[in-house]
Design a protein around this ligand. Sequence first.
Ligand code: GLC
Ligand code: GLC
Length: 657
Amino acid sequence: MYEQVSHALLNDILDEFDHRITRQDLRHFYTRLGANFYAIHSLFYHLYGHREDFRQQTIQLTERLARAYIERPAALKQIDMAREEDHNWFLSQEWVGMALYSDGFAGNLQGLTQRLPYLQELGVNLVHVMPILRCPLGASDGGYAVSDFRDIDPRAGNVEDVVTLAEAMRKRGMLLTLDVVVNHTSNEHEWAQRARAGDAEYQKFYYTFPNRDVPDMFEETLPEIFPETAPGNFTWDEAMERWVMTVFNSYQWDLNYSNPAVFIEMLDIILFWANQGADVVRLDAVAFLWKKIGTTSQNEREAHLILQLMKDCCQVVAPGVLFIAEAIVAPSEIIKYFGEDAIIAKECEIAYNATFMALLWDAVATRNAKLLNQGVRNLPSKLDRATWLNYLRCHDDIGLGFDDADIRACDYDPYSHRRFLVDWFTGVFAGSPGRGRPFGVNPRTGDARISGALASLAGLETALESGDTESIDRSVNLILTLHGMILAFGGIPLIWYGDELGTLNDNSFLDDVNKAGDNRWIHRPRIDWNRAERRREPGTVEQRLFNGLKRLIAVRKSTPAFADFNNRELLDVPNPHLFAFLRTHPTMQTDSVLVVANFDLQPQYLDLKDLGNRGLFRFGQVKDLATGESPALLNTRLVIPPLRFYWLTDQRPGAVL
Ligand code: GLC
Ligand code: GLC
């Protein structure tokens, strides 16, 4: 594609705008459109250039951008400009996130607005509000089956409530993250309804087929996401008399991005929520956006082009808005959702660090950090201006998506090791205190994932039942240690609501027909606010966890070495129970932090001499930022108690790590 072609087209489009769009001050819009148009045009051409209506579609796309820009509130435009000036703003250590269901956390959106002080008390300043858009009344995959992308589920509130929430958060310096479920709609969405009524235009919004010929070809290579509850990837629709592609549940119809109308509609929806005040948009299931016969239809190149195009368009209208990629795929694939061969993110600025999450759980079960070290060593380095979302639990199951080669490098067999992990966390393995449930078990492939609340997976439920204080202490320490890792690793930590209080499994989902078949609901709690009050009673589990976490969050925020500037170095330590890494301050070496965790039930030793000739802690004066205490050193040997961790700095004046 020649730049001239794109320039000429842009001139034509702008001429037309002069006739049709009569609003003042499009100056910034024009600047940004000019800067991004070549990329937008090239990507759009790559995807849709073969179509006769390509030119009309391009004009349509550009016009939607202009309209979204005109509708963008002045206050948000100012934020855009401030963030353009300070483009590394989201890499700061000051951001700490929590993901929550507004109903489980606070009843509805108004309740959530009232509970913001609780989040602030903890130190959370980024909130991912789980899906709140209109969805079927019955099963809706926790809101991930959307029936109307521009309306709020009446059970949660209305659009006005979102705007109020966004404004209240902005006043408190908090960021709002909302979902846009880009891969599919519910079968109750208007597009699906029209398709079912026989409207051919809307049938083209989805993948529909009159018979099994094409579906059968797809099935040869498509995996199953929910093998127990939604086997296969196609559903027969009686009204339409056609098969429709439904990769997730049968009521979630996959959108067909080979149709530019789908792209334009979904982009418009992203911009709509950006204009309602979302600072961050979480793009759901992005790995699945492009389907191709003969492949798994995940991580296809076109899926990346679609995301790049979405980013470039968003850059024109709402450059202050960030994208999160939810792509729970292999480590080497996840990294591509930042965009390849770039410095700044060309697709999503933020991606779920599913690899680190699963590796931490591996360390919990094995009580050693062998695979954790191996996996983190092989985690591809990310772009400079992109960051991880580091988490322990979320609304989904834990998938054991490590690299098989890494598992083998630790002398485990991939199949039996994964089997062991599922057995461990579901309490099948003798001696395990885990209380999780197997999820997504596929007898055909042997795959299985894990559901369960963090506290129940970490042994707290079993410990509380036994009343054994030592076991309770152990679980509390483990829960804080795991959080100590995601807070220090580099990236934005994302706490799952309830974990700050040690919330246990909730089995009430079994009484609801719309949830009973999906045990991910076991870890999507309703917060018991009476119990939350115990965070003020010294010695309770709630208080130890809440206060412990609150302190760690405060320390993180005041520790510049924890900002994410690719300033992490994994340390090779001979003791397999330890996970150790160094966070260097971007400019002040003296303020570097040594992070070390012991996953074993016995105290373990780290010989500071083993850390190489860095002049580390030469005079034996170390301070743990996490507790404010100075841990004991036996000569150069540091003792790390069972299931504990340190964030160590050297106290010597002018010390260099
Ligand atoms: C995402 C969500 C998950 C949902 C799926 C289908 O992966 O995290 O909860 O089931 O997409 O929307
Ligand atoms: C798979 C998908 C992920 C989804 C999850 C739901 O792991 O890759 O997107 O959230 O299943 O269980």
